[in-house]
Design a protein around this ligand. Structure first.
Ligand code: PLP
Length: 390
């Protein structure tokens, strides 16, 4: 049973902290869910606490088996235990991979708009951030693959981050697109850093394909580093447990040695338990939550198109994130954010934070109770009316 009746207002979480001094403000931002982390996971964590000692632990065979089974069953990724490296989070894992598999000044291609920390993870590690704007076709993002080929041919890029499903656009890249990216990357010796953290939030009309799936073939797998965790789908961002999958023996050896040197695999006991339990027991819960999110998505998409046509939503094929185009209002990014707060009492993630391509957009997180979502949608309508009357 999923539980959408949560109150996070008093908790010190990132999302609700903006509303600390403003009771009226509704945040629909940070990519976690206002849906309870499943009870069976909380119980498994509690049973660790009930043992009374939180001493050193190590990942169990059952932990690895749970990941291997899940990735094979849901994503057609065949893995062996020694191809996995545990890390505290995707952000930490990405930084780790960038530092050990590329050199200072190497280029990393990032499609924009992009998950904001990507820039910091590239630039603060002294790599070149090669921003690769997505283009819009019929209101949805597509990848300009011919241009990607040209950018890679320039030789500066040593890796590309492929976020699938895409945050913030909600796009699920097609198998043909993914295969083409792999082919181009292969031709130009570019590593594929596949951030698939959102791929368990899947809707009935679009199932994401993994860059490391058996379907993509051996060459693709050998040049891919998969970054994954159970944290988005099972609402576990705070437990700090993620993993890398690496099939290429050379890259694996480099990363394994670096993992030793940095003791990076020493993650939180509760994170290990939560991840294992999610993958062992979470199938039914996830089916329910995805169905709930899919209805939320449909409701929000249809409502906006009918009731607030000046706001143009991208259709989220995956993720619980909706990317909204506000350009018709002719506001600057700062004005848009301010007016949504003052006129709609609504806080969304400003698109400009996701790179220049995100200017004029806002991101709405719809992983909330349906009544809260309806409230947020009404607030968008209130904003629209108030602006239009001026
Ligand atoms: C695409 C993407 N990658 C990575 C992360 C962060 O993952 P972690 O908390 O494991 O660093 C997020 C969180 O929103 C995300 O959307």
């Amino acid at each position: 049973m999923i539980d959408t009746n949560v109150n996070r207002r008093q908790d010190s979480n990132v999302k609700w902290s903006v509303a600390k001094n403003d009771d009226q403000l509704l945040p629909m931002t940070v990519a976690d869910m206002d849906i309870a982390t499943p009870q069976f996971i909380r119980e498994a964590m509690q049973s660790v606490l009930d043992q009374k000692v939180l001493g050193y632990t190590m990942p169990s065979t059952a932990f690895y088996d749970a990941i291997i089974r899940w990735q094979k069953k849901y994503h057609d990724v065949s893995l062996k235990r020694d191809q996995l490296i545990i890390v505290p989070s995707i952000a930490v894992g990405l930084s780790f991979v960038i530092r050990h598999l590329t050199q200072v000044n190497d280029g990393i291609i990032v499609m924009s708009p992009y998950y904001p920390p990507y820039r910091r993870l590239v630039v603060d590690n002294q790599r070149q951030f090669i921003e690769f704007p997505l283009i819009q076709r019929e209101g949805q993002y597509v990848i300009d693959l011919e241009r990607l080929d040209k950018v890679m041919a320039e030789g500066q890029a040593k890796a590309i981050i492929v976020c699938n499903p895409h945050n913030p656009g909600g796009c699920v890249w097609t198998t043909a697109e993914l295969q083409r990216i792999q082919d181009i990357a292969y031709a130009h010796h570019v590593l594929v850093l596949a951030d698939e953290i959102h791929d368990d939030v899947a809707f009935s009309d679009n199932i994401p394909v993994s860059m490391m799936s058996d379907l993509m073939g051996d060459e693709a797998s050998e040049q891919t580093i998969l970054l994954k965790s159970a944290t988005k789908a099972f609402n576990l961002a705070g437990v700090k447990c993620a993993y890398l999958a690496v099939k290429n023996p050379k890259l694996l050896a480099i990363l394994k040695q670096a993992a030793e040197a940095e003791a990076i695999e020493e993650v939180n006991t509760l994170g290990l338990v939560a991840t294992r339990t999610a993958y062992e027991q979470g199938e039914q819960w996830l089916t329910e939550v995805n169905a709930y999110l899919e209805e939320n998505r449909n409701l929000a998409y249809e409502y906006l198109r009918e009731e607030v046509p000046l706001i143009r939503p991208m259709y989220p094929e995956g993720t619980y994130l909706m990317w909204l185009d506000f350009m018709a209002y002719g506001l600057t990014d700062a004005e848009l954010d301010a007016k949504l707060r003052t006129l709609g009492h609504l806080c969304l993630n400003p698109g400009i934070d996701y790179g220049q391509t995100g200017s004029g957009f806002m991101r709405l997180n719809f992983a909330v109770d349906r009544e809260v979502l309806k409230d947020a949608l009404h607030r968008l309508k209130t904003f629209d009316k108030a602006i239009s009357n001026k």
